[in-house]
Design a protein around this ligand. Structure first.
Ligand SMILES: [Cu+2]
Length: 376
């Protein structure tokens, strides 16, 4: 599609409009449901674009299919009051994907523990890289590169002062590393030409270092082209708890990211928290009224300069990078650049459903939105 044949009011950049390269997925319900235009498929009509993703018209239609066998001829439209069609009703096949975003929320990997010679806790983790086809929207398969076959990778958790031993095996067809944020010797930094350097397909290495400083951190591949290695899915959360711990809470991990399904490196066509766009619209994050909720929030979004987190009907304490025990802010919206992260602590005063989403409306309408469901 060129600018000249796009609908008059569609200001979508070309990279976002062209949802997928080629015809492999043309005509699937997932592509059509995104409401992103005739470039996708010969069967798309003008109505797909007139809604755009700004919700200008009321064409929403949920077909409720899984998308796997949809033929794209049912007239699904994007946009409208309900946003992209797959936002409600349709879901991806989590079983086939091999991970479930609701489980990712509270899934912490503490490793196998033992004692070091000097009496500290040793935690050993196994992380492998692999190439996986992930259904990121109904009917839309994305060729991801993953840690432990999921997006995001496992949440590795420990306490400051622990000794960490991370065995990394590269089962992908591409060279990768694990680069941890934190304080550690240069040779454990997981970058090319230092320490073990790039780990080739079939290769392995061990990253070993002390857990510091306490806070919420991240890890990701550091092989070039770096943007693609990260954007394909090679990232995860790395939590170092303070020795004294934090107050009891319902703890959640949220990794904000996107999918550049055209691979043009010019933006993202989908945005998500924990792997699947709109997942927490379908399955709200259930929390209890008055209970402390602690969100470890990480931004790994590639190709867009900022991301954000906004909570409806409530405010939260924000602890940037989680490296101090006193919050820096009491707010309902924070902004993070890539690699930034922090802890949001909140209590819901009233029961009901409360949205959370990027306060970058474009991201929200392309997948980065969800609900908390507060119950008694
Ligand atoms: Cu890589």
């Amino acid at each position: 599609m060129t600018a000249s044949d796009s609908p008059e009011h569609d200001h979508t950049p070309p990279s976002r409009r062209r949802f997928l390269l080629g015809g492999a997925l043309a005509g699937t319900a997932g592509a059509a449901a995104l409401g992103m235009g005739g470039a996708l498929t010969a069967s798309a009509d003008n109505g797909h674009n007139s809604g755009g993703h700004n919700g200008a018209n009321g064409g929403g239609h949920s077909d409720g299919t899984s998308g796997q066998s949809a033929d794209g001829h049912h007239g699904a439209r994007g946009g409208g009051a309900k946003g992209p069609t797959f936002r409600t009703g349709s879901t991806v096949d989590h079983k086939a994907n091999g991970f479930h975003p609701t489980e990712v929320l509270r899934d912490f990997d503490y490793g196998r523990t033992s004692r070091t010679a000097d009496g500290r806790t040793m935690r050993e983790y196994d992380v492998y890289a692999s190439d996986e086809e992930i259904e990121v929207a109904p009917g839309v398969k994305y060729p991801a590169w993953t840690y432990n076959s999921r997006i995001p990778g496992p949440t590795l958790r420990c306490t400051e002062g622990d000794r960490l031993r991370v065995r990394f095996h590269n089962g992908s067809e591409h060279p990768h590393t694990i680069h941890f944020h934190g304080i550690h010797p240069a040779e454990m930094d997981g970058i090319p030409e230092v320490g073990a350097g790039v780990i080739e397909p079939g290769g392995s290495t061990v990253y070993e270092f002390d857990a510091e400083p306490f806070g919420v951190h991240l890890y990701h591949c550091h092989v070039g082209p770096l943007a693609e290695h990260i954007a394909r899915g090679l990232y995860g959360t790395f939590i170092v708890d303070p020795k004294q711990g934090r107050p009891d809470a319902d703890e959640l991990v949220m990794v904000m990211h996107g999918y550049n399904t055209t691979f043009d490196g010019e933006g993202n066509q989908l945005y998500a928290v924990n792997g699947i766009p709109f997942h927490y619209m379908h399955e709200p994050v259930r929390v209890k009224r008055n209970e402390l909720v602690r969100v470890y929030l990480v931004n790994t979004l590639e190709y867009d300069p900022i991301n954000s987190f906004h909570l409806h009907g409530n405010f939260f304490d924000y602890f940037p990078t989680g490296t101090r025990l006193e919050p820096s802010e009491f707010t309902d919206t924070i902004v993070q650049g890539q690699g930034q992260r922090g802890i949001c602590e909140m209590r819901f005063k009233y029961p009901g459903k409360y949205m959370f989403h990027a306060h970058k409306t474009e991201f929200a309408e392309l997948g980065w939105m969800g609900f908390f469901e507060v119950v008694e």
